[in-house]
Design a binder for this molecule. Sequence first.
Ligand SMILES: [Zn+2]
Length: 429
Amino acid sequence: MQRGDIGEINHQDLSTKVHSMVVSKYTDAVDTVNSRFRGRKVLAGCVMIRGNDMSTAETIAVAAGTKCIHGGHMRHDGRAVNDMHAEILVRRALKRFLLYQIDLVNQDKPSIMVKTNDDKKPKYRVAPDVRLHMFISSPPCGDSRIFVASNNKEGEETTGDDNPDRQNRGQLRVKMETGQGTLPVNKTKPGDSAQSWEGIMSGDRYLNMSCCDKVARWAVLGFQGSLLSTLMEPVYISSYIIGSMFNQAHIYRGVYGRLYHIDSLRSDIKSPYRHHCPEIIGTVTPEMRNTVKPPNHAVLWQKVDDSVEILDFKTGMLMENGVSTVCKNGLFGEFRKRATEIPDSYEDCKKTATMYQELKIKVYAGLETCGFGGWVSKPVEQDMFTYQPEPEKVEMVVEVEAKNVPQMAPPQMSPAAEDPNKPMITTPN
Ligand SMILES: [Zn+2]
């Protein structure tokens, strides 16, 4: 198995660098808003490095979050972020970053994007020396984490799996609404694989695939998603750097092993797609097991505009009732500016990515054939919207009274941190 593409960089140096850059960017970013939002459970971030030159390392996005929107807050207009787990928010920010890189290459400015041959579609690809490294403070939730949690003691790292043949290994899993933890898809109710809008609005649990399953999908389809696949070749994460609970067997299986061993899929993956095997590296100093109650907000910082967003986990919108720049409608708007001759609706636009969609179906079929369970999809109504521009944003200057801002160190949360009435949000220009 050929793994990774991180070149000559030493794994320990890489993990130490990426870990420290993500942690310090998170702290700095939150402090520009209000340090009371520092408390966090899972932290993720992406650092870009050119070639083997660690001095080129740049943080692209960092996020903290562990929850999904409450089903009752689903929206028809693409203005809510459904899944606010840290690595999922970082991935959405990366898509926005890539769209901005397309502008730069078109303006002949320094960009990580290069144009492919003019006659060819898609028109762009990421330069071959660009490596994207994702730090996650613990293994992505689902198959990579579930069996480690019960085995590894605090700070301990293990490599193997005592029961690799257990039937529950590799199962696709779902996270549930605003709670924590995951359930195997075969333990959900019949019919859950295609969730219905009416069902969720009448009280059915709103299910999201686990982060581990989503990360596994990126290892074949790339993390750019269907829309961007019509503009650019797929992009893969070069390495995942795991901050705690590192167990090689479980992480490898969850993140790419399951798909890698589906023989039927091998012949279905055609260029520019590939079966990418990222490097998986533990940090030199594991993060301490974080047992604090997860906060009711998620935090996202993006390099694109040096903005910090505080998202309300119940609604998937900003705590001050605005919308996130990485919600479906926001990213769709950015995509539309750079695409030509595309349908109006988000759903129809996604369907134009035929190669991506066909491969996605084969990935799901392969997983199901191998007994890992069926991929649970969101209600189709969520994608049946057309782009609506957001009202002009007004720069907010919020004076923070020192007496109202308890200074605190992570990971403890003060009760004030859960008060949704006093968020301080910076607004990008
Ligand atoms: Zn997760």
